[in-house]
Design a protein. Structure first.
Length: 131
């Protein structure tokens, strides 16, 4: 059976399991949209595209977020408002900047702002309620 060509060819390979785990771990196993926790709230988390593939989004790390199933299905391919940033804590991840007033730069590997002094992540991208 011949299938028609995919309307949007992949320019980057799909995230593998290790990359998906890295996305979820970097978010503290919490949904980026509603803040629900896989452990505390029993939510099933998925790796989701901020800019949907249907709208030209890529599999690049900066376009991937953790989302609970409800938020992922609810968002579908809708665009999101401009994200905000929330200060990371040791509850979010182990490698957190603890400088009192960090100078920041954007990370090219993940959706965080990094301290220029200690080079640890200081702020994370947030779309919904800050947990």
């Amino acid at each position: 059976m011949n299938h028609p060509p995919h309307p949007m060819p992949r320019t980057t390979p799909r995230p593998n399991l290790r990359q998906r785990f890295a996305v979820l771990a970097s978010r503290g196993f919490r949904c980026d949209y509603c803040g629900a926790s896989a452990k505390q709230d029993g939510k099933r988390l998925e790796v989701e595209h901020v800019i949907a593939r249907a709208n030209g989004g890529t599999h690049d790390r900066t376009n991937l977020v953790a989302a609970c199933r409800d938020c992922n299905l609810g968002k579908s391919d809708l665009p999101l408002p401009v994200p905000r940033f929330a200060r990371l804590t040791l509850d979010d991840r182990w490698d957190v900047c603890e400088c009192p007033a960090p100078a920041l730069i954007a990370s090219m590997e993940e959706p965080v702002l990094v301290c220029t002094a200690c080079r640890f992540p200081a702020y994370r991208r947030v779309f919904g309620v800050v947990a």
